[in-house]
Ligand binder design. Structure first.
Ligand code: S3P
Ligand code: PEP
Length: 428
C-alpha cells in the first residue's frame, strides 16, 4: 500500500523526459529480430511489458543485449527464428501476445504463448480468427491464452478488420509478410500506425492509401537492421499533461515526446476543453517528436465518440479525470474497447472515482461525468486493480484532494512506467 501525494502546496513545475514509447519499443525488438544485421534501439522502454517482448525473442534464438536503455539486436531474418524449448511468457502484455501470434503463425515450428491472470482473460479470437482466414493453425483456450500456434505456410487475404485495433492490424501485417502473395487490409478506423511506418523503415514494401484505412502488404521483404531513437511515450507524458492542466499554478514541459498523429488524441481533447497546451522543437521524421508545454487552465466539458477513440485509447482514464474537473457534463461513448484492457477500465474507473465522490456513471461503451459537482472523499483506500494506467490516473487524481489517500497495487506502474512516482516527485 502506497501513501499518495495529495494536494501539493504549489503547482507542478519543471521539465521531464518521459520513458520511451511502449508501442515503438515492442516493435523495435520484433522488427530488429526478423531483420538481417544489427539493430540498435536507444531510449528503449525498460518496463515489464517491453521486457516480456525482449525475453520472448531471446527464447526464439535471437541474440539481444541490453545495457540500460540501449538494446542491441543481431537480427536472424524473417526465416531465422528457432523453436523455443518452453512456452513463451507474455506477462501482462497484450501487444506482445497479439503481434507475436501474427508473426509466429507463418513460422515452421510450434509455439505456445502463456500470460498472467489479467492477460489470460483478454480476447484472442480477434487475432486468431482473421489469421485463420490466411491459413493459420492456432488453438486458443476458449478464445484466450494459453494459445498454441502451429506455424504453417500462409496465404494472402483481402480482409476488412472487425475491431479498431492496431494490435490486430499489426498481427495481420506480420502474417502477410510471410504469405504467398500480396494482402490488403482495410481498417474500421485509422489506428496507431507504428507497424507500417517502422516496417517500411526496415525495408518492407507496405503501401498505405491516402484514405488512412487501406494497407497493402507485399510478402517476403528483405528487412535490414537500423539504429533507432525511441521517442518519449505520449501515453506516459499524458499523466503529467493532465496533472499540469488540473493542479492550479502549474507549468510542465515534456521533452522529446512522440507526436505521431495517431497518438495525439489527448492533446486535441485538452485543447477542445480549453486546456493550455503548446508544442515546440518539432522534429519531423517517420515518428515525429516535439516538446509539449502544459499550463493549468479552467476546463469546459466535452463529448467524444467512436471516431475520436483510437487516438486516445490508453489515455481515456485521463480524459475521464479531466472531465471530472470541467465545469459541466461530459460524455464519452464508443469506447467499449476499454472493457477488454488489463482490467474492465470502464468499471474500475467508475469504482475508483466514486471513492473520491466524483459524479460519474458507466455507460456500456463509456462514461457520463458531471465535473461541476465538488468531490468528496468517501473511501481513502484507492486501488489500481493491478492495472498500471489505473494506478497512475489515481495518483494524479490524488493531487486534487486534500485528505490522505493510499493506493493498493502501486507496483503495477512497472508495466509501462517504472519511474512514474519518482518523475512525479520531481515536479512537486
Ligand atoms: O499496437 C499497440 O502497440 C497498442 C494498441 C492498442 O491496443 P488495441 O490494438 O487493442 O486497441 C493500445 O491500447 C495498446 O496499449 C498498444
Ligand atoms: C492496453 C495496454 O497495453 P497492452 O494491450 O499491450 O497490454 C496499455 O498499455 O494500456
Amino acid at each position: 500500500m502506497k501513501q499518495l501525494q495529495t494536494k501539493p502546496q504549489n503547482g507542478l513545475r519543471g521539465e521531464l523526459t518521459v520513458p520511451g514509447d511502449k508501442s515503438i519499443s515492442h516493435r523495435g525488438i520484433m522488427f530488429g529480430a526478423i531483420s538481417e544485421g544489427r539493430t540498435i534501439l536507444h531510449h528503449f522502454l525498460t518496463a515489464e511489458d517491453c521486457l516480456s517482448t525482449l525475453k520472448a525473442f531471446q527464447q526464439l534464438g535471437v541474440p539481444i543485449r541490453r545495457d540500460g536503455q540501449t538494446v542491441t539486436i543481431d537480427g536472424v531474418g524473417l526465416h531465422g527464428l528457432k523453436q523455443p524449448t518452453r512456452p513463451l511468457e507474455m506477462g501482462n502484455s497484450g501487444t506482445t501476445t497479439r503481434l507475436m501470434m501474427g508473426l509466429l503463425a507463418g513460422q515452421n515450428f510450434k509455439t505456445t504463448l502463456v500470460g498472467d491472470a489479467s492477460l489470460s482473460k483478454r480476447p484472442m479470437k480477434r487475432v486468431s480468427e482473421p489469421l485463420a482466414e490466411m491459413g493459420a493453425d492456432i488453438e486458443t483456450t476458449a478464445g484466450h491464452l494459453p494459445v498454441t500456434i502451429n506455424g504453417s505456410q500462409l496465404h494472402a487475404v483481402d480482409y476488412h478488420l472487425k475491431v479498431a485495433s492496431a494490435q490486430v492490424k499489426s498481427a495481420l501485417i506480420l502474417a502477410a509478410l510471410q504469405a504467398d502473395k500480396t494482402s490488403i487490409f482495410v481498417e474500421k478506423q485509422p489506428t496507431r500506425n507504428h507497424t507500417e511506418i517502422m516496417l517500411r523503415a526496415f525495408g518492407a514494401n507496405i503501401e498505405c492509401e491516402p484514405d488512412d484505412v487501406t494497407i497493402t502488404v507485399h510478402p517476403d521483404p528483405k528487412l535490414e537492421g537500423l539504429t533507432l531513437n525511441v521517442p518519449g511515450d505520449m501515453s506516459s507524458a499524458a499523466f503529467f499533461m493532465t496533472a499540469a492542466s488540473l493542479v492550479p499554478d502549474s507549468e510542465v514541459k515534456l521533452l522529446n515526446v512522440g507526436v505521431n498523429e495517431t497518438r495525439t488524441g489527448l492533446m486535441s481533447i485538452l485543447e477542445q476543453m480549453g486546456g493550455k497546451v503548446s508544442i515546440s522543437n518539432l522534429q519531423y521524421g517517420g515518428e515525429s517528436t516535439a516538446d509539449i508545454t502544459v499550463n493549468s487552465a479552467n476546463l469546459i466539458p466535452i463529448e467524444i465518440g467512436a471516431k475520436d477513440i483510437p487516438a486516445v485509447i490508453d489515455e481515456l482514464p485521463l480524459v475521464a479525470l479531466l472531465a471530472a474537473k470541467a465545469n459541466g457534463i461530459s460524455k464519452i461513448t464508443g469506447a467499449g474497447e476499454l472493457r477488454v484492457k488489463e482490467t474492465d477500465r470502464i468499471a474500475v474507473i467508475v469504482t475508483e472515482f466514486k471513492k473520491l465522490g466524483i459524479a460519474i456513471k458507466a455507460l456500456p461503451d463509456g462514461f457520463i461525468i458531471d465535473g461541476s459537482k465538488p468531490w468528496q472523499v468517501k473511501d481513502s483506500h484507492l486501488d489500481s486493480h493491478g492495472d498500471h494506467r489505473i494506478g497512475m490516473v489515481m495518483a494524479i487524481a490524488a493531487l486534487l484532494v486534500d485528505k490522505p489517500l493510499t493506493l493498493d497495487g502501486a507496483d503495477s506502474v512497472n508495466i509501462s512506467y517504472p519511474e512514474f512516482f519518482a518523475d512525479l516527485a520531481t515536479l512537486l
